[in-house]
Design a protein around this ligand. Structure first.
Ligand SMILES: [Zn+2]
Ligand SMILES: [Zn+2]
Length: 428
C-alpha cells in the first residue's frame, strides 16, 4: 500500500538501530567534551531571522537561498536554525553567561535546517554536534577545539581522514589580502563564472566556495590568505600548530583554506574523509572573534566546531565500522497454554522492578511464536511460565545463547537471572 504521507524531501526518520547509534555517538562525544570541562547548552530551533542575517552574513548562500524563513501569526520573521553558533552567542549575550566566569565552554547537539538540494550526506534536516569556547584568545583552546573531533574519530576506530588547518588572519592583515585578491581576480575575470564575478565585487574571498571546475583552475594561482598574515597572526597560528603537535593531532597546513566572513579570524580547520562523495567534510570550525560584536555585544573572542552526525555515520559505514552494540533485552516472559495472563504480567512487573530489562507478548501468540518473538527481540533469556510449574511455585529459564534450560523457584528467580546474565553467553 502506498503511504499517504511521506517525510518531507531531504528529511528522514532515524529508526533503530541507526537511532541507537546516534545516541551512542552522542554519549561518546559528550563524555569527551565533559572530561574537558564543556557544559551542555540547548537553544531553540527557531530564532529571529535577523540573528542569522547578522550572524551568518547577508550575502551567504545559507541566508539568501537555504533558510526556512516564515512570518508567524504575529507578523514576526522567524527562521529554522541553519547552524548553532549564532544562537549560542545570542544566548551567551542574552543570558549574560560572561558573569558565570570565563571562558564559557559549551556544547550542543540537535537538528539544523537548510533547504539544499538533497544528495548523499546532505539533508534538509541534518544533525550537528558542536562546541564553542567563548571569552578567550588562548591558542591552546583553538587546538583543544580541533582535537575533540580527532579524539572522537580515533575512539570510533576511524582512519583515512585528513585535518586541514589554516589562519584566515585578522582585521589588520585581511583587508590588504582582500585588495591583493581583488587585483588578481580582475586579471582573470574572463575565466570566472557569473557568480564568481559577482563575488569578486561583493565579497572576494567567497570565490573559493565555487565548485565550478574552470573557476577552480583559474584560482590555482590566487594569493593565499595563510601566506599574507601580519606578525601577530603568524605567531597565533604557530602556537596553534605547536599545541596540535603536543596533543598528537596530525594535520596539513593549507594556506588557501578560507572561511569567507569578516568576523572569522585566525584559526580555520576542516576534517575531510576519503571514501565519501562530494560531502566529505565531517567536522569543521574556527575562530570568530568578531561575531559577538556583529550581534551587538561587546568584543568577545570565540572558537568552535560543528560535526555532521549523518556524515559521521556514513564515514563509519564507508570504513566498515560498527562500534556500537545495540541495547539487548535481558528477559522475555512467555506464557504457556492455560496460564493466567495476570501471572505472566505479575512476573514481568516484578522483573522490571528488580531492574531487569524485560518484555512479554502482547499479540496473543502461542508459545512457539512467543519463542520466535523473543529471538527477534534479541532476548538473552526466556522465562517460560508453565501451568504445572507455577502450581509448584517454579519457573523455567531458557538461555537462548547457551541453549540450556533450568528450573528455579519463583522466589529465587531474580537472583538466578542475575547470575546467568553476569556469567555471559560464552561457555567456559
Ligand atoms: Zn593579522
Ligand atoms: Zn565560479
Amino acid at each position: 500500500m502506498e503511504p499517504r504521507y511521506r517525510a518531507p524531501r531531504g528529511t528522514f526518520d532515524f529508526i533503530y538501530p541507526e537511532s541507537e547509534k546516534v545516541e551512542a555517538l552522542l554519549a561518546a562525544a559528550s563524555e569527551i567534551l565533559a572530561t574537558r570541562g564543556y557544559r551542555r547548552i540547548s537553544t531553540p530551533m527557531l530564532e529571529s531571522t535577523e540573528l542569522f542575517r547578522r550572524g551568518i552574513g547577508e550575502a551567504t548562500d545559507i541566508v539568501t537561498k537555504e533558510m526556512y524563513t516564515f512570518e508567524d501569526q504575529g507578523g514576526e520573521s522567524l527562521s529554522l536554525r541553519p547552524e548553532a553558533t549564532a544562537p549560542v552567542i545570542r544566548a551567551y549575550l542574552e543570558r549574560s553567561l560572561f558573569a558565570q566566569g570565563l571562558p564559557q565552554k559549551l556544547f550542543y547537539a540537535g537538528p539544523m535546517f537548510r533547504r539544499e538540494r538533497p544528495q548523499a550526506g546532505r539533508f534538509r534536516q541534518f544533525h550537528q554536534l558542536g562546541a564553542e569556547v567563548i571569552g578567550t584568545r588562548d591558542t591552546f583552546i583553538d587546538a583543544e577545539i580541533i582535537s575533540i573531533s580527532d579524539v572522537l574519530f580515533k575512539r570510533l576506530g576511524l582512519e583515512a581522514y585528513e585535518l586541514v588547518v589554516n589562519s584566515v588572519g585578522c582585521g589588520e592583515c585581511r583587508p590588504s589580502y582582500v585588495r591583493m585578491l581583488s587585483g588578481f581576480l580582475e586579471g582573470i575575470s574572463q575565466a570566472l563564472c557569473e557568480e564568481c564575478r559577482r563575488r569578486s565585487r561583493e565579497n572576494p574571498m567567497r570565490v573559493f566556495d565555487c565548485k565550478n571546475e574552470r573557476c577552480r583552475e583559474a584560482l590555482e594561482a590566487a594569493p593565499a590568505i595563510g601566506e599574507q598574515l601580519c606578525p601577530e597572526c603568524r605567531v597565533h597560528f604557530q602556537e596553534v600548530v605547536d599545541h596540535l603537535e603536543t596533543l598528537g593531532v596530525a594535520f596539513r597546513v593549507d594556506p588557501k583554506l578560507v572561511r569567507g566572513l569578516d568576523y572569522y579570524t585566525n584559526t580555520a580547520f576542516e576534517f575531510k574523509f576519503e571514501g565519501l562523495s562530494a560531502q566529505n567534510t565531517v567536522s569543521a570550525g574556527g575562530r570568530y572573534d568578531g561575531l559577538a560584536e556583529q550581534l551587538g555585544g561587546p568584543e568577545t573572542p570565540g572558537v568552535g566546531f560543528s560535526l555532521g552526525i549523518e556524515r559521521l555515520l556514513l564515514a563509519l559505514e564507508a570504513q566498515g565500522l560498527d562500534p556500537f552494540t545495540p541495547p539487548r533485552l535481558s528477559v522475555f516472559v512467555a506464557g504457556a497454554p492455560g496460564v493466567e495472563r495476570s501471572s505472566v504480567l505479575d512476573i514481568l512487573v516484578a522483573l522490571r522492578e528488580a531492574g531487569v530489562s524485560a518484555d512479554a507478548d502482547f499479540m496473543d501468540r502461542g508459545l512457539k511464536s512467543q519463542m520466535k518473538q523473543a529471538d527477534r527481540l534479541g532476548a538473552r533469556l526466556v522465562l517460560i511460565v508453565g501451568k504445572d510449574e507455577l502450581e509448584r511455585g517454579e519457573i523455567t529459564i531458557r538461555d537462548l545463547d547457551r541453549s540450556s534450560q533450568v528450573e528455579v523457584s519463583l522466589a529465587g528467580m531474580v537472583p538466578a537471572i542475575r547470575e546467568m546474565l553476569e556469567a555471559g553467553s560464552e561457555d567456559v
